[in-house]
Design a protein around this ligand. Structure first.
Ligand code: SF4
Length: 351
């Protein structure tokens, strides 16, 4: 007879198989009375929005080293935080991170409820539930892509995402325990990340295998079903990369609002259906043979790269020269770094 899935089966599995993650308090540590640091939980959850665990690990460790408390982060210079965030993408998250750190510092501590957390910048329904569960052990239902996949399989939900989201949330809520809610939230995510994986789930290792309807019906790897997405449009643009005779680079700080807001980048007109030639100053611009390509959430971008060598007296409105010792390519957003990578060798060659 098929058994019902229970949170205690999953928690027993988690006790033995929890992933070791730099921001995580292990089940053994929790049992020993060590409570998670809400700051570390919040920081990791914000970093993990739209980014993989593997990519976040190094960033998280570095942030904790530079700013070990929310007060330290609140006191950091915006440009330092933006530079350390570079490469993680979705830069609005970094701006909200700072705003949130400053509000929490004013408040004196992180709120512990989902409602309180959700009032803070950059914290939506998912992140507030995750922080409230993981940091404070509140029985909140945490629904990320991993949990959606596990629930859709466990109960063989055939309705495609996103329409099935609320049904999946209700199923996940039914399983959420009052005791050890934080460990449970992390356990479902771990199960989705390591056992109930998108392709070829290893059902033989799953603590819910005898309860799982999709496994019984042999349809696990076809779930969750998803509605087809509209294809992404392609936008075009030009990045102007110029180096002054003393080695300084010409950069532009993007407006605070909008894509890559507040980040340094190469000057150029807004991206669109056509490339608009709008060099930041008159110079002998040369088009590189290769274009920089990058995919954002809602569109693909193809950037022509134009380069120029500038004399010492060069000036460009709205732009700034960053001297070669202060210029760190790693602090550029990924798309700007891709353009720089193409240009760098051209600058290394003799003029
Ligand atoms: S039995 Fe297989 S499909 Fe079902 S929840 Fe476990 S890993 Fe996923």
């Amino acid at each position: 007879m098929r058994e019902n899935a229970t949170s205690s089966d999953l928690l027993a599995w988690y006790d033995a198989h929890a992933r070791r993650l730099p921001w995580r308090t292990s089940p053994a540590d929790r049992r020993a009375g060590r409570q998670p640091d809400p700051y570390a939980v919040w920081l990791s959850e914000v970093m993990l929005q739209q980014t993989t665990v593997a990519a976040v690990k190094a960033y998280f460790t570095r942030f904790m080293l530079l700013w070990p408390t929310v007060e330290a982060l609140a006191a950091a210079r915006d440009e330092d935080v933006m530079a350390e965030w570079a490469g993680l993408g979705y830069y609005a998250r970094a701006r909200n991170l700072l705003k949130c750190a400053r509000e929490v510092t004013e408040l004196g501590s992180f709120p512990d409820t989902r409602d309180g957390l959700q009032k803070l910048p950059g914290i939506g329904p998912y992140t507030s539930a995750a922080i409230s569960a993981i940091a404070y052990d509140h029985p909140e239902t945490v629904l990320d892509g991993n949990v959606e996949r596990v629930m859709s399989r466990l109960y063989a939900v055939l309705e495609p995402l996103p329409d099935s989201k609320e049904s999946l949330r209700a199923l996940a809520a039914r399983l959420t325990p009052n005791h050890r809610a934080g460990d449970y939230a992390q356990a479902v995510m771990d199960l989705g990340a390591t056992v109930c994986t998108p392709r070829s789930p290893t059902c033989g290792l799953c603590p819910w295998s005898t309860a799982c309807l999709a496994r019984e019906q042999g349809i696990a790897d076809t779930l969750p079903r998803k509605k087809p997405k509209a294809p992404k449009p392609t936008r075009l643009g030009i990045a102007y990369i110029a180096k002054r005779a003393d080695g300084a680079w010409l950069l532009e700080r993007r407006p605070d609002k909008g894509l890559l807001g507040g980040m340094l980048g190469w000057p150029g007109a807004p991206w669109g259906e056509e490339r608009i030639a709008q060099p930041p100053l008159k110079a002998n611009w040369q088009l590189l043979p290769e274009e920089a390509r990058h995919t954002f959430t809602h569109f693909h971008l193809r950037l022509d790269v134009q380069i120029a060598h500038l004399p010492l007296e060069a000036r460009a409105q709205g732009c700034e020269f960053i001297d070669r010792h202060s210029f760190k390519p790693s602090s550029l957003p990924t798309v700007m770094r891709k353009a720089f990578d193409l240009a760098q060798s051209a600058f290394d060659e003799p003029k």
